[in-house]
Write a protein that binds this ligand. Structure first.
Ligand code: FAQ
Length: 323
């Protein structure tokens, strides 16, 4: 056997072990061998997810200084801080795959990595804060609960805590909307207007239709995704319709109707041209979101430099003490 054949034989064995791990629904851990495609897909998805959490702080942070009461301000501050925490768990998960988070941030601000389309829409008034919690966090929960069973251990474990916190986010949004809906006509109009603006972008969060989703098949075979984009979108619609009825708002889709044969709601097609425009950087707020992230990275450079210098000094001291 030549050296090349021996290496190839070893790789076959490693591949068999990886396949068995996936087949038995066990977790792949950072120390385990994994195919390059699996690693690359995870880095792509988890990095996009981490970027979404961090960019997703911007639309809501926009309202912290203008929250209508101390209670609402405290809730919103806690939520936006949670999103920062989610970004950190997720960047840490990517680091277990051998990538550097500084490099990921570079790719984000240079437009070489994506973040969720939803965060390119503006928050025009405080009803948007409620509707983001209800619809955007609601969609995030539907998408992310199955990721708690993702085949890659560090991502799956991070998602457990993320989902618990998203659940609080969804409830605070819905509670805010219930309060507004029992307020004045003007407040009810604000809630309806915000629902009209956020409904379709929320449906787009689940990604393109299955027929146009290049990654779903392989990601499901690897146990990274557990459901297709369309399956999760349907689940979200079915879950949200009764919530809208309880609130007393109308979802802006004339095609929305219960289909007793399917046991699901039928609903209209999102504007996929708009989705593509947003993905290509041409949504209402893309430029502003990325520019703010770039500026924040520059403004915070001195903090990272100071932390690195302090860590180096501590390491020197510990080495000195050990001699
Ligand atoms: N926006 O083949 P697929 C949150 C890209 S966090 C932008 O179907 P895949 C919490 C996709 O990356 C929200 N890009 O891809 C919060 C792929 O790009 P590439 C983020 C999108 O990966 C709440 C291409 O299109 N959540 O909301 C979008 O199998 C409130 C083809 O698509 C996650 O990231 C999109 N909507 O499925 C925070 C969850 N959809 O690189 C603050 C984890 C698709 O091949 C405030 N991610 N693309 O060119 C996932 O579950 C999946 O990555 C999907 C996409 C389902 C998003």
């Amino acid at each position: 056997m030549t050296a090349t054949e021996a290496v190839a034989g070893g790789e076959d064995e490693l591949q068999r072990h990886f396949d068995a791990t996936i087949d038995h629904d066990q977790r792949v851990e950072p120390r385990d061998w994994m195919p390059d495609g699996y690693r690359g897909t995870l880095v792509r998805q988890i990095a996009q997810h981490a970027h979404s959490e961090i960019i997703g702080m911007q639309p809501e942070a926009n309202w912290i200084t203008r929250a209508p009461s101390l209670r609402r301000k405290a809730i919103l501050l806690a939520k936006v801080q949670d999103e920062a925490g989610h970004g950190l768990y997720l960047y840490s998960a990517t680091e277990t795959l051998g990538v550097d988070r500084t490099d990921l941030t570079d790719k984000l601000v240079e437009g070489r990595q994506k973040y969720s389309s939803i965060f390119n829409y503006p928050t025009l008034n405080f009803a948007d804060i409620g509707v983001i919690g209800w619809l955007v966090d609601g969609a995030a929960i539907v998408n992310q609960v199955p990721l708690c069973r993702c085949s890659y251990g560090p991502y799956a474990r991070a998602m457990i805590r993320v989902c618990k916190e998203e659940s609080f986010h969804q409830r605070q949004g819905y509670e805010l909307l219930l309060t507004m809906m029992s307020g004045t006509d003007e407040q009810r109009r604000m809630v309806q207007d915000a629902t009209d603006r956020w409904w379709w972008p929320s449906l787009m969060m689940f990604g393109p239709p299955d027929g146009d989703s290049p990654n779903t098949r392989q990601s499901m075979a690897w146990g990274i995704k557990r459901h297709t984009n369309d399956e999760l979108r349907q689940k979200f619609v079915d879950m949200t319709v009764p919530q809208a009825e309880t609130l007393g708002v109308t979802l802006p889709d004339p095609g929305l109707a219960w289909n007793s044969e399917r046991g699901h709601h039928d609903f209209g097609e999102p504007d996929w041209d708009e989705f593509k425009r947003v993905l290509h950087g041409n949504g209402p707020c893309n430029a502003q979101r990325v520019e703010r992230r770039r500026a924040a990275r520059e403004d915070g450079q001195w903090v990272r430099d100071a932390a690195a210098a302090y860590a180096a000094k501590q390491a020197d001291r510990e080495r000195g003490a050990a001699v």
